[in-house]
Design a protein around this ligand. Structure first.
Ligand SMILES: [Mg+2]
Length: 416
């Protein structure tokens, strides 16, 4: 990051009293290449078999070069976009075909689209409601394969109709395909294939946490830091992931575990915490009945903040949250909960940029020679670069990276 843009700040984990972790792709690292390719296959099969999509287009060999974190889907036009921080459209494709400048102007006069302009003002306005049906952001390794599915589905429709359509309506089916994979009811039943594959062959999809990382967590606890796990996964899948990455004693690292947290709403709404009975959600739990060492479902930031504050011997404890999803884990807690954040971004190492050595076992899944860098295009930074710079104190390629350094190491803040 250009040092002239902002005075360099310093950052230390030990300055915080309560430190929260997202689970998937933050504390728990996935073998993302294998997982993304598997997700593509599951979704493609679903769309071909259940929704009648073109076998010829969707069941082509997987193309990892089309996939990039942060692509934006314009469903009605059948396009995929990348934008700058002011909403200016940097690149666009129609289906898998890249658009020339004149074509971009035809779709988006002055290279702006009303919906993405609204998004850059406040990303949450397009999260739910009518705008969420027009625009989707693909932000993590659970959904980025959907960009290739979407683009190939558009190619198929254009080929079948022999022309570009005025309006498409493909996303609704892709959403069904995503829900078929990740619906929490499918973990126990084995429907939707995704959870079955994760359960049958965890070694294909999870990296084990290093002893160094576990030691780093233990050292923070030793210093009386309160550690919490805050995950969107339902308790059964979260337990499976934590067991296969952190290990069988995973709960011992945390003062409280919150599953199925429904981020970003967790930070903006006031849903009850629910008891967990077996793997089912039970009765609501009031703030006064939350227990240290407990595992709960849903809940909200206001109560979690109060609960942990009571257990820290300080009047104004400092909170930090670490995650990888820029809207759910970074923007929303920072804006709505005034919580400092750290971004985990594996692309830093996959691209080998901003001082990080180029090293990533699944590098070719995370970089794209056709879209270019996740962080910029033609010397203009992407909206995602700005978002992580503005709303997080520090950006790191993985927790393993910081676990190699002492817990009180002083970082140059937000020096991506
Ligand atoms: Mg995550």
């Amino acid at each position: 990051m250009d040092a002239a843009e902002k005075p360099l700040s310093t950052f230390k984990f030990t300055d915080y009293d309560c430190i929260g972790f997202d689970l998937d792709n933050t504390l728990s690292r996935y073998k993302v290449g294998a997982m993304i390719e598997m997700e593509y296959g599951v979704m493609a099969n679903f769309l071909v078999e259940k929704k009648g999509y073109s076998r010829k287009h969707l069941l082509q060999p997987f193309d990892h070069n089309f996939i990039l974190r942060g692509l934006i889907v314009d469903d009605e036009n059948g396009n995929i976009l990348r934008i700058a921080n002011d909403g200016h459209i940097l690149q666009a494709s129609h289906g898998t075909k890249f658009l020339q400048d004149e074509e971009i102007e035809t779709y988006y006069p002055n290279r702006h689209w009303k919906v993405s302009d609204i998004f850059v003002q406040d990303p949450l306005t397009t999260w739910n409601g009518p705008y969420s049906e027009k625009m989707r952001t693909l932000l993590d390794y659970f959904d980025i394969a959907a960009s290739l599915i979407f683009a190939r589905a558009i190619d198929a429709i254009d080929e079948q109709q022999n022309m570009v359509q005025d309006k498409y309506n493909v996303w609704v089916d892709i959403l069904d395909a995503l829900q078929n994979m990740f619906n929490r009811n499918h973990f126990p039943t084995g429907e939707g294939e995704y959870f079955t594959k994760m359960k049958t062959h965890p070694e294909l999809y999870y990296h084990k946490s290093s002893e160094q990382l576990l030691q780093w967590l233990r050292q923070l606890k030793h210093q009386q830091k309160k550690l919490f796990l805050l995950t969107g996964s339902h308790v059964d899948f979260a337990s499976h992931t934590a067991l296969n990455t952190i290990g069988p004693n995973w709960k011992e690292y945390f003062d409280i575990v919150v599953c199925f947290a429904k981020k970003p709403g967790f930070f903006t709404m006031r849903r009850d915490f629910l008891r967990i009975d077996g793997n089912e959600e039970g009765a609501p739990v009031s703030l006064n009945d939350l227990q240290l060492g407990g595992v709960y479902s849903q809940g909200n930031w206001t109560d979690l903040h109060q609960f942990l504050s009571r257990h820290v011997n300080k009047s104004m404890p400092k909170f930090l949250y670490i995650g990888d999803n820029l809207i759910q884990d970074i923007y929303t807690p920072h804006i709505h909960s005034h919580c400092d954040t750290v971004t985990v971004c594996e692309e830093l190492e996959a691209e080998g940029v901003y001082g990080y050595r180029q090293w990533h076992p699944d590098q070719h899944f995370l970089v794209s020679t056709i879209w270019g860098s996740y962080f910029h295009y033609n010397n203009v930074n992407t909206n995602w670069y700005h978002l992580m710079k503005k709303h997080s104190k520090l950006c790191i390629p993985s927790l393993e990276y910081i676990a190699a350094l002492p817990i009180d190491h002083t970082y140059t803040g937000n020096d991506v």
